[in-house]
Design a protein around this ligand. Structure first.
Ligand SMILES: Cc1cc2nc3c(=O)[nH]c(=O)nc-3n(C[C@H](O)[C@H](O)[C@H](O)COP(=O)(O)O)c2cc1C
Ligand code: SF4
Ligand code: SF4
Length: 316
């Protein structure tokens, strides 16, 4: 029988194996096409953002690039006309990490883009981590872009307070007081942007190396399905609903109909976009019998104000 000490030792080894980015092997794509420009003039920043973190980093990148006299177009990814992608000299994609990967609505959208041969491309993710598999999630985006002719010139992951609701918002990685992003996070975004431009000017690319970490195996689990099983209630409180339609706009699969108080559980991705964005606390979700509340309520209850980068006061 295991002694208590052995048990603790074994548990520590298993936890470390699941959490550490153990790179067993790295895979790189073959040579890329030539960059179509070494002096980009027109950049596109596309983002998917449910609770505003990815959007904040996208805006900051846009401000920095505008400061360098680039023309910038920015859009929520699913609202952008993908036929226009080849018009740009630089394409940057930002998304959160959901369930250890790129959200499926983002990867599905990218799978059908036209050829962007020779266009410099960069990807970043925002994540709650620390064990978020963020490296592979951002490489996943670059790989899809590279399959369509994009040339990877930047990749990064920016950590912040997670937007994943648990009944008390108090799992290991949701410790109140870790109010990321902070000034260092924004410095990381500035470095990411500067390095990307530097690489383009020097005709350099980055390789897409997947980390074969044990936690990568978690992606093989039916995480969304398991979560939906645990969510025993998901509907709309007709008394509280102010019929603003925000949940419909934020739902990537249009699974929610607040006017009929219906959620199509088959189409639902368990992304919590409805809960995390309802301004009237009208989305009713229960996780194993416990009521969930959204990101704005979490911030309010913990008196957290998210830091904004100074660039926002001067950049439109
Ligand atoms: C449904 C869901 C799943 C998540 N899964 C992960 C994850 O696997 N790893 C991680 O680091 N963060 C995870 N998070 C946290 C988000 O990636 C993080 O809060 C992100 O910055 C949110 O970006 P946004 O504000 O732009 O939506 C998850 C959040 C949600 C809502
Ligand atoms: S209904 Fe499901 S898929 Fe739609 S926003 Fe809510 S949690 Fe996400
Ligand atoms: S976001 Fe909330 S208040 Fe607005 S329509 Fe949806 S459920 Fe109703």
């Amino acid at each position: 029988m295991d002694t208590r000490r052995n048990f603790i030792k074994k548990s520590a080894i298993v936890s470390a194996a699941l959490c550490l980015p153990v790179s067993l092997t790295r895979e790189s794509l073959a040579a890329y096409p030539d960059l179509k420009t070494h002096d980009p003039k027109k950049a596109l920043i596309l983002w998917y953002s449910q609770t505003g973190q990815t959007r904040r980093y996208s805006r900051l990148i846009g401000c920095i690039l505008k400061g360098k006299n680039l023309t910038i177009d920015e859009s929520e990814i699913q609202e952008f006309d993908k036929k226009l992608l080849p018009d740009y000299d630089l394409i940057i994609i930002g998304t959160p990490v959901f369930y250890y990967d790129t959200p499926s609505n983002v990867s599905n959208w990218l799978e059908t883009i036209p050829s962007i041969k020779g266009t410099p491309v960069a990807a970043f993710v925002s994540f709650g981590g620390p064990e978020g598999n963020q490296h592979n999630a951002s490489c996943h985006i670059l790989k899809i872009l590279a399959n369509n002719g994009g040339v990877p010139v930047g990749r990064d992951a920016f950590r912040n307070i997670p937007s994943y609701p648990t009944p008390n918002w108090n799992s290991d990685n949701q410790i109140s007081g870790q109010h990321l992003p902070n000034a260092a996070t924004f410095d990381q975004v500035r470095r990411f942007t500067a390095d990307m431009l530097e690489r383009i000017s020097r005709n350099e690319t980055i390789s897409i190396g997947y980390e074969i970490a044990l936690r990568e195996g978690l992606r093989a689990l039916p995480l969304v399905w398991l979560n939906k099983k645990a969510i025993n209630k998901h509907t709309v409180d007709a008394q509280k609903c102010i019929r603003c339609g925000t949940c419909v706009r934020k739902c990537p699969t249009k699974a929610i109909n607040p006017f009929k108080q219906i959620v199509d559980r088959d189409r639902c991705l368990a992304c919590f976009g409805c809960l995390n964005n309802c301004p009237a606390d009208a989305v009713l979700m229960e996780y194993r019998g416990q009521r969930l509340y959204g990101f704005p309520a979490y911030l309010k209850r913990n008196r957290i104000t998210i830091l904004e980068p100074p660039e926002f006061s001067t950049c439109s």
